[in-house]
Design a protein around this ligand. Structure first.
Ligand code: ADP
Length: 346
């Protein structure tokens, strides 16, 4: 096929539930690329769609081109990125060396820039975690793996003629249930359960450790805030080199969150008792929650506050990416290192 004629496969570098990733060489000029073969129509469609929307973003993986093979499989030709933030964290943890604060600040700024690009365009990533934050040889961090992405529809009048108009039609944003439909997908018999059955989102998204409490309680009308929770968990992990909430099951995940933040109740998040599974999953009263300070020992008040602004129950209280980007943490000494001075193993 066309792809065989243009690329030479070198080795397999990763595989996931629906995808295999290979390092390959572009025959025309010898450029190293990653070929991501996606075996699931829905995730392939989502990933291509999101990457096309986000191509102007400096902290999103570059999509050179893609091929559909029959109607099920797609092969994406992506820029090749040799490492990721999970590797940086585990390497530092193994050598028992905390990451330098100026490096932490630069990693966080790059992550915020990536998520800012998504959220400005109403792209909800839904699977933010260190292993999806890839890193180039020169230290540029690039968000990858858009297989779980959803695009939220903003039906305010100034967005009425944005460039996704031909792809997306609005449904009523205010019925508390339907958030969006993608007309392409809706007309397709292969589209997944979540739109078809419910007219809304599934709560089974993301990797458990980074999953927001509203998802764990079965919410289907969540928004960008689920990515903000994941960001808080990632920042905590950069600061301590250990996952913040390494749950072993969904219940254990919630129970770990509750042991730190206290029980989820109407005081913590007005409206939470309406979550689909709120009455089904109940926990005995946690008298003395651990608090995030204790989870982040020896970290500065600014760092603890950064995590606290994201890891909080009420989605409406989570700080937006824009607010975080202008936080004084990044303009105070020690200043973030330039990208080219980040140190990490290759
Ligand atoms: P999945 O949706 O199956 O999780 P990912 O996009 O996360 O797929 O890719 C799986 C693995 O392949 C990643 O953990 C990473 O090791 C590798 N990988 C993905 N994209 C690239 C890339 N652009 N460059 C190098 N390796 C990549």
């Amino acid at each position: 096929s066309e792809i065989i004629a243009k690329y030479q496969i070198m080795e397999r570098v990763g595989s996931g539930a629906y995808a295999d990733v290979y390092r390959a060489r572009r025959l025309s000029d010898g450029l190293t690329v990653a070929l991501k073969e996606i075996h699931d129509y829905q995730s392939a469609f989502r990933e291509i769609d999101a990457l096309q929307i986000l191509q102007a973003s400096p902290n999103v993986v570059v999509l050179h081109e893609y091929f559909w093979r029959d109607d099920e499989d797609a092969v994406l030709v992506l820029e090749f990125l040799p490492t990721d933030l999970a590797t940086v964290i585990s390497h530092a943890a193994k050598s028992d060396q905390p990451l330098p604060v100026p490096d932490i600040k630069r990693w966080i700024l790059q992550i915020l820039s990536a998520v800012d690009s998504c959220h400005r365009l109403n792209v909800l990533h839904r699977d933010l975690k260190p292993s999806n934050l890839l890193i180039s040889e020169n230290g540029t961090l690039k968000l990858a793996d858009f297989g779980q992405t959803r695009i939220l529809i903003d039906d305010s009048p100034e967005n009425a003629c944005d460039n996704h108009e031909e792809h997306y039609e609005n449904t009523d944003l205010h019925d508390g249930n339907a958030i969006c439909t993608t007309s392409d997908i809706d007309n397709d018999p292969l589209r997944d359960e979540e739109d078809k059955e419910l007219g809304c989102f599934t709560s089974c998204v993301g990797t458990r450790w980074f999953r927001a409490p509203e998802l764990l309680y079965g919410s289907r009308d969540y928004g960008l805030e689920i990515d903000l929770w994941s960001l808080g968990c990632i920042f905590a992990e950069l600061l301590t080199l250990r996952p913040l909430f390494p749950g072993t099951s969904d219940i254990d995940q919630l129970s770990r969150i509750i042991s730190v933040l206290g029980n989820l109740d109407e005081d913590a998040w007005p409206g939470c008792s309406k979550l689909p599974d709120y009455g089904i999953i109940s926990f005995s009263k946690v008298e003395n929650p651990v608090s995030l300070e204790v989870c982040l020992p020896n970290r500065s008040p600014d760092e603890v506050s950064l995590v606290k602004r994201l890891v909080c129950y009420d989605p409406a209280k989570r700080a937006s990416v824009m607010e975080l980007l202008t936080d004084k943490y990044f303009s105070e000494e020690p200043l973030p290192v330039p990208v080219s001075e980040l140190r990490f193993p290759l």
